[in-house]
Design a protein around this ligand. Structure first.
Ligand code: GAR
Length: 228
């Protein structure tokens, strides 16, 4: 039995696509049991359908409260018996009820090197700060927005002529490498959340999580200063 993933999206689903591709390539020993979107028009739903995946559309606008919306998601997801829930561009803040229901099974990807830039507009904020380095983070989800224990980070350089769009593209490329890798650890039973923090192969990871250096992401020498 391969590891059962439920993927939650709100948008174009390029991370979802990276997972589908990794499963097809045999590098992610998992199956996507369902794809849930809170937006009926999310591009990722079309990707899911193209690949014959079960889809769930649960529009948050149909619910009077966050609690009711989240309970409806739980009711829809649980019959699929997901072992890991993958937030992949899911743009709703989750209630404590939801987070606790899936404690230790809920992962999120965020487009910054947390704890820098939780929330929105991360690429613009990194540019405004003159950062020479940016990237993405994967973390277990807790009640604190973008604040749960870090599993892994991938770093990319910031170029002098970057715009939020060019930087976003580079960060997304790093996301598409990092998420399949982290989920492969999960699928192989190597990654878990304990009372002491995040464990990979029985070792507690440092606070910033595993630092992923992929050769494709290092396109200039480390330490080069960005001209502002
Ligand atoms: C990704 O860049 C992801 O990090 C971000 O949304 C994008 C979704 O892209 N998530 C957040 O900002 C969550 N706070 P995708 O739909 O193409 O995978």
């Amino acid at each position: 039995m391969t590891h059962r993933l439920a993927v939650l999206i709100s948008g174009s689903g390029t991370n979802l696509q990276a997972l589908i591709d990794a499963i097809q390539a045999g590098t992610l020993p998992a199956q996507i049991v369902c794809v849930l979107s809170n937006r009926p028009d999310a591009g990722g739903l079309a990707r899911a359908r193209e690949h014959g995946l079960a889809t769930l559309e649960i529009n948050h606008r149909d619910y009077a409260s966050r609690e009711a919306f989240d309970q409806s998601m739980i009711d829809a997801l649980d019959p699929f018996a997901p072992e890991t829930l993958v937030l992949a561009g899911f743009m709703r803040i989750l209630t404590t009820t939801f987070v606790q229901h899936y404690a230790g099974r809920l992962l999120n990807i965020h487009p910054s090197l947390l704890p820098r830039y939780p929330g929105l507009n991360t690429h613009q904020r990194a540019l405004d700060a003159g950062d020479t380095e940016h990237g993405c983070s994967i973390h277990f989800v807790t009640d604190e927005l973008d604040g749960g224990p870090l599993v892994a980070q991938a770093r990319v350089p910031v170029h002098a002529n970057d715009t939020p769009a060019t930087l976003s593209k580079r960060v997304q490329a790093s996301e598409h490498l990092l998420y399949p890798q982290v989920l492969a650890w999960r699928a192989d039973g190597r990654l878990r959340l304990t009372d002491h923090g995040v464990e990979l192969d029985g070792q507690t990871l440092p606070e910033q999580g595993y630092q992923w250096h992929h050769p494709d992401l290092a396109d200039r020498p480390a330490g080069t200063q960005r001209q502002r």
